[in-house]
Design a protein. Structure first.
Length: 94
């Protein structure tokens, strides 16, 4: 089975960044590189999706959740709850 072209591009970029003798990037550089690669590899959604952020009451760390709703969703539509176990050190919830 052939490797997906987008995945190969990402892996090639990671391999190039991990060459021996290269200085380790700062966290800010790593975040900027990650965001740039993410944007380069992303595509627009197939449909217009409504997005809203809801702050969780009582959260001491300012936790929130993002709700993405398709354009013609019923008022009581099924949903998917995705819990990210990491701290979004490099990426972001968006």
């Amino acid at each position: 089975m052939a490797l997906d072209a987008d995945i190969k591009t990402m892996l090639d970029g990671l391999a190039a960044a991990m060459q021996p003798g290269q200085p380790e990037p700062t966290l800010e550089q790593a975040r900027a590189d990650y965001r740039r690669q993410y944007i380069e590899m992303s595509r627009a959604p197939d449909v217009a999706v409504r997005e809203r952020t809801v702050r969780i009451p009582g959260s001491q760390r300012g936790a929130s959740l993002q709700i993405y709703t398709p354009p013609r969703a019923a008022a009581l539509a099924p949903g998917i709850l995705y819990l990210h176990g990491g701290g979004f050190v490099l990426g972001a919830s968006e």
